[in-house]
Ligand binder design. Structure first.
Ligand SMILES: O=C(O)/C=C/C(=O)CC(=O)CC(=O)O
Ligand SMILES: [Ca+2]
Ligand SMILES: [Mg+2]
Length: 417
């Protein structure tokens, strides 16, 4: 395990800081002016557009309002920039020019860090797949027969991926309960979260080109926290036979900082033993999951947050590299800025489940929040937050917040005016 790399930015040396020099996650920020690229360091953001125009960094489009140009440059460019920034910020190397490019994090606005090309959501949590199969279908055959052979996924919507802190209205939709004669259209009543990690594709692949698991791993630029907000009543009615559609198309929240694969390298770990041997195109070639502690908090309007889940990214059955290799296996082109949701990360025990559907077992077993309010699903005004970090020896690699507050449904007549 590597040690803390000390920085002249003092707040980066605090063992509790999510953003020590070992991390250097990339994001997009503004201070009332044009959004541009940055890295987080301690309690500051470092303006990479300023360093680029001063000639301290090559032109990788850091003056643009998205990381896509830099992400598309590939592994060598990512490594070179990381090495340069590490030296510029290392203890003893302070300069006026770099100090002038620092902004206090509390005073900046964070934006979506990259333009999301396409969004695919997988289903790699064995316990989640088992739980949802039990609740939605048949407890006797909860795990679908294909599940141990391929990373199952569906194509989601890039258009409604938002950065942490973006509030949204409760979705409207069509639903039909088992006792109802006819479906009805109205505000979702079973609004839920899904605790996931998102893998961000940096290097693209061509249509018709197949990629190995190792090549797929090299294409991944980094990881974010991801909340795949889900409308369970809409989902239960619409999802067969083609999968989730409107139930997951209204909002997907990601954390503002993309944590690079390089920062996470000391925390790599293996997928669990294979229950069925995988076919060669997605077979494991090395440790490609990560030991990342994850938790979820829920707060009623004006109330204190209550921790409702604690789990780890290392409980997944498939890595993002396996999912990406599988995604391209038919000849599907992958693009810079593609976002791959891991699937809901539910650990093997209660208290480790990554959705309210599972925590409350279909709404039968309510949770009690700080202050005494009880919840099955999300109510208007509730704030849900995902948290994640990898714990090193005397430092941690954090992701920043992944938060959203649910506003009341816009339940009037449809129409733009
Ligand atoms: O089993 C189902 O019918 C659906 C489960 C999900 O909610 C799909 C999903 O978003 C995948 C995941 O996050 O693991
Ligand atoms: Ca999901
Ligand atoms: Mg340019």
């Amino acid at each position: 395990m590597t040690d803390l790399i000390r920085s002249w930015v003092e707040t980066a040396n605090d063992p509790q800081s999510p953003f020590p020099l070992n991390n250097l996650p990339f994001g997009v920020f503004s201070t009332g002016d044009a959004p541009r690229c940055a890295v987080a360091i301690g309690e500051s953001v470092l303006d990479l557009a300023a360093l680029q125009s001063a000639g301290s960094l090559p032109d990788h489009g850091f003056d643009e309002p998205a990381l896509n140009t830099f992400m598309g440059k590939g592994k060598q460019a990512w490594e070179d920039v990381r090495r340069t920034l590490t030296e510029l910020l290392r203890e003893g190397n302070e300069t006026d020019a770099v100090r002038a490019a620092l902004h206090d994090m509390s005073g900046v606005t964070m934006h979506l860090p990259f333009t999301v090309a396409e969004y695919t959501d997988f289903y790699a949590g064995r316990q989640h797949a088992f739980n949802v199969g039990s609740l939605f279908r048949d407890p006797e055959n909860a795990l679908p027969p294909n599940w141990l052979h391929i990373p199952i996924g569906y194509n989601g919507r890039a258009s409604t991926v938002v950065v942490s802190g973006t509030d949204f209205h409760r979705p409207m939709g069509q639903m039909k309960g088992p006792q109802d004669e006819m479906p009805s259209f109205g505000p979702c009543k079973r609004l839920d979260i899904e605790l996931e990690m998102g893998a961000v594709v940096g290097m693209p692949s061509e249509m018709g080109e197949r990629i190995s698991v190792d090549e797929a791993d090299d294409m991944i630029f980094g990881y974010v926290l991801l909340n795949d907000w889900s409308a369970r009543d809409i989902q239960a009615w619409e999802y067969q036979p083609l999968g989730p559609f409107q139930a997951k198309a209204f909002a997907t929240t990601i954390s503002p900082w993309v944590v690079t694969k390089a920062a996470l390298a000391p925390f790599r770990c293996a997928t669990p033993p294979r229950e069925k041997e995988l076919l060669p195109h997605i077979r494991d070639t090395g440790p490609m999951l990560y030991d990342i502690a994850l938790s979820v908090t829920m707060a009623a309007k004006g109330g204190a947050p209550t921790e409702i889940c604690r789990t780890n990214y290392n409980t997944l059955y498939y890595s993002a590299a396996q999912q990406l290799a599988h995604h391209a296996s038919s000849g599907c082109a992958m693009r810079t800025g593609d976002l791959l949701g891991s699937g809901t990360i539910s650990g093997p025990e209660k208290g480790m489940f990554g959705s309210l559907l599972e925590m409350t077992w279909g709404g039968k077993d309510p949770l009690t929040l700080e202050g005494g309010q009880s919840r099955t699903f999300i109510e208007d005004g509730d704030t849900l937050a995902l948290h994640g970090h990898a714990q090193g020896d005397g430092y941690r690699i954090g992701f920043g917040p992944c938060v959203g507050t649910v506003l009341p449904a816009r339940s009037g007549e449809a129409g733009r005016s």
